[in-house]
Each structure stands twice: as C-alpha cells, then as structure tokens.
Design a protein around this ligand. Structure first.
Ligand code: EPZ
Length: 420
C-alpha cells in the first residue's frame, strides 16, 4: 500500500497546473447516457474516480476511451444494461448520477443504494423524491432502487429542494432535459460544476434557463445529440494548493484556476493573510506575513466549500490566534483532527464545531488518511511540519488528486511516494 513521505519546512515557489474538476467530470460522463451521439470531454483529469465511472458506464454498454495524453474522454453508444451494481456504487457514490439519465432516456434504472461513507450517511432521498415528482415509481428492494418512468416517459415538475444538494440537482437536471414539459428546480445547488453540466447539456441540445442561479428551468426535448465540452478547472484542487503555498510561506501560480470558482474561499484566505491575485492564466497565491486565525462555516456555493474545510483547518493549525471551524454539510467530517493532533496541532471539537489554536510549529509524524480531503490536509500539515511526515493509505488521495506529489515536488516540496 503506497505511502507519501514529506520532509517539511520548505516554502513552495513556482507554477502548479490545475487539472479538470473531478466533480464536474463525473456528472458530465453520466450525461453521455442521455445522448445518441458521441460526447467528447476535454481537459478530463486522470483520477481513480474517473476510471471507476468509466468502468460503470462500460458495464452499462457505453464505449469510453480515455486518451490521457490529450486529456480527452470520448463516450459513445447506448446503454444496454440499466443496472448499476453494488460493487461499483459502494466504491464511488457519484455512481448514483446514472439514475436520472437512465430513467429519462430508457424509462428504467436499477441502481444500488450507495450506502454511507466515512464522512456521513449520504442519503439519496432527494434524488428519489424528485424523480417521483416527475412520475417515476420506485421499488426499494435488496439494497437497490428500481425506478420506472410512466408509460409516456418522465413529466416536467416543479421541484423545490428542502436543502441544497449537488448530486440531486445534477440527477434531476439531467432527467429534466428529456422529460415531457417544463421542470423547475428551485433551491438548486449553484456549485460551478452544476453550471458546467448545464452548459454541456445545452451543447447537446437541452433547453435550460437560470444557469448559475438557484432556480433552473428546463424545457424537455425529444433527444440530445453529441457534443464536445471542456471540463472546468478543479476549484478544490486550486484551493488545496493555495493552502499549500500559504502554509509553507511561499508564492505559487495556480495555472488555469478561476477566482470566481473559489467563492468564499478566496475571501477567507485573504482574511487569513494570504494574497490571492488574479492573473490572465490563473491565480498567484502568496503568503504575505503571518497567518491570522479566521473563523469559517461551510456552506453551499458560493459559501465556504465543505471540500476545503480539512485543508483550511491544517492552515489554521499554524496561524496566530484561534479559528472556529463549523461543518454544516456533513455529519462526520472531522476525521483529520486526531491525525493533525498527532503532529502537535491544538484542536478541540464538539459536534459540528472545532476550535483550532495555532501553534508555532507542527512536528512530522506517521499519520493515517481516512478520506479524500482529510488525506490532503495531512499532506499540507506535513509540508509545514518540522521533520518527516508519513501519510498512509494514499489510495484515498488518488481518487481526487492527479499526481499530487509530482505537482508539489515541482514547486520545491520534499515529497515522494513510497510503494509497498
Ligand atoms: C457532492 O456530493 C460532491 N461530490 C462532494 O465532494 C461535496 O462534498 C458535496 O457535493 C457538497 O458540496 C461530487 O460532486 C461527486 P450533496 P453530494 O448532495 O452530491 C444531504 C469530494 O470530496 N443529502 O450536496 O453527495 C447530504 O447528506 C466529495 O470531492 C440528503 O440529505 O453532496 C449532505 O448532508 C465529498 N439527501 C448534504 O445533503 C439527498 O438525497 C449535501 O450533499 C442528497 C444529499
């Protein structure tokens, strides 16, 4: 099992290329189930989750080519199997995003309930209730959701989300493109990945209004064709490497990153003493002087992203003063805390709020990765710590970060992957 070994204390300087967004590419791939022409995704990242989604779509009957040299994914063909099996879905929850497209295009889907993951129970009730409002009938048995569209196909509906859900918004947006009539998604998620999916669906022939707002209006069409669409840059990868520059006291160019996609993360970094400057080809992130303890509360976009919470907590471990970090999206997203404490961090949490009291220095230690973003927060801490940090179970990392140790080594980090 691979480990990552870091010797900390070196400021990072140079340029890091930001890859295509994992959380945009995954729903974009499932959109191929809607179209009767090939879908070409450019700037696709090379990640374990992308490979898992490829395997899932191939077992549905699609042909998926991934040219890693050109970063191009080509998806074509039509689904011949309407079942998403447990052994894939349990590994990657985003697999449930095949449900809306399958029911909309083929009138039926049998998708394994994803089950929970390290950060929470991760229910899919909002996906189910939305499709039921569009006329689908569900039979939940044997750990599977068996959904059937009504004889005439899904019907447009006005769906008001009781809470913001990225995945439910994506599933229902895709289903609505081929439904009969108009669908309104109210209190829809506004993450940049939603806008990217909507833009791609429009290129395929969908009719969508309200992109970038909390109300999406979709007029169903008879069919969607193929398209070529560039995946947006990964804002969470960008935010993660911004924290790497900040925690080491360096200055790094995040090539391809877009300020608007960072939402409140940019404001919070600036409040903490980090300069985030727009450039024509990305963002220049520089630690000015000291880091200041800054409170954050995770919220749906454009609020502070929950996927940046663990990374920001690592940064606050070496800030002056204290920071209160409140996690409002997932019920168990503080698993990085005990590992950071092994490195000398001073953190106490109760329920959904953690108090971080900055310390002058962290000290390297062997630590355990538990989920994707917790893993990378331990790498950030290792970059700033005195001595050697060994991060175990890095398979979590490879799900969402492309060549993380190569990208960091290229800007001066002493970091290497050790196999076995
Ligand atoms: C997406 O997950 C992302 N994953 C997550 O990123 C991200 O943390 C999350 O959105 C929030 O931004 C992908 O895009 C593949 P939600 P998703 O539905 O869609 C509750 C990462 O690290 N909820 O917005 O599953 C849910 O339990 C991953 O890249 C219901 O109650 O998140 C949570 O509390 C981790 N019922 C809240 O809503 C539902 O039917 C937000 O979840 C659906 C969700």
């Amino acid at each position: 099992m691979d480990r990552i070994v870091i010797r900390g204390g070196r400021p990072l300087n140079g340029t890091i290329p930001i890859s295509g967004a994992k959380n945009a590419a995954l729903p974009l791939m499932t959109a191929a189930l809607l179209s009767d022409g090939p879908l070409v995704l450019e700037n696709a990242p090379d990640l374990a989750d992308i490979a898992t989604m490829r395997a899932l779509l191939e077992q549905h009957g699609l042909s998926v080519e991934h040219d890693k040299a050109t970063r191009r994914l080509t998806l074509s063909g039509a689904a011949t199997s309407l079942e998403a099996p447990y052994d894939i879905v349990r590994k990657m929850r985003a697999s449930v995003l095949v449900m809306g497209p399958l029911v909309a295009r083929f009138g039926e889907a049998r998708v394994s309930l994803p089950g929970g993951c390290a950060i929470g129970t991760r229910p899919v009730d909002l996906h189910i209730k939305g499709l039921e409002q569009m006329g689908a009938v569900f039979d939940l048995e044997g750990g599977y959701m068996h959904a059937k569209a009504p004889p005439g196909g899904l019907r447009g509906a006005r769906i008001i989300f009781p809470q913001v859900s990225v995945g439910a918004t994506e599933n229902l947006l895709m289903a609505a493109t081929l439904a009969d009539g108009v669908t309104e998604l109210v209190n829809a998620a506004q993450e940049p990945e939603i806008g990217d999916l909507a833009m791609c669906l429009m290129r395929m022939g969908a009719r969508i209004e309200g992109i970038g707002t909390a109300k999406l209006t979709v007029e169903g069409v008879k069919r969607l064709g193929g398209a070529t669409h560039p995946v947006i840059p990964d804002r969470i990868e960008a935010g993660t490497f911004a924290c790497a520059a900040a925690i080491t006291g360096g200055s790094v160019k995040l090539e391809g990153a877009r300020l608007v996609d960072l939402g409140a993360v940019a404001r919070v970094l600036r409040d903490a003493g980090v300069d985030v400057a727009e450039r024509h080809d990305g963002l220049q992130v520089t630690r000015l002087n000291g880091l200041h303890g800054t409170d954050v509360m995770t919220e749906p976009f454009p609020g502070f992203a929950t996927d940046m919470q663990a990374q920001f907590m690592a940064l606050m471990c070496v800030a002056d003063g204290a920071a209160m970090i409140t996690e409002t999206i997932f019920e168990n997203r503080f698993m990085h805390v005990p590992e950071l404490m092994r490195m000398g961090a001073r953190i106490k949490y109760h329920g959904q709020s953690a108090i971080v009291r900055g310390v002058p220095k962290l000290s390297g230690a062997p630590v355990m990765a538990t989920d994707l973003r917790a893993s990378v927060s331990l790498i950030l801490a290792g970059l700033a710590a005195q001595g050697e940090t060994i991060v175990n179970r890095v398979y979590h990392l490879d799900r969402g970060y492309e060549a993380v140790e190569r990208k960091l080594a290229a800007v001066g980090a002493q970091i290497e992957r050790v196999g076995g």
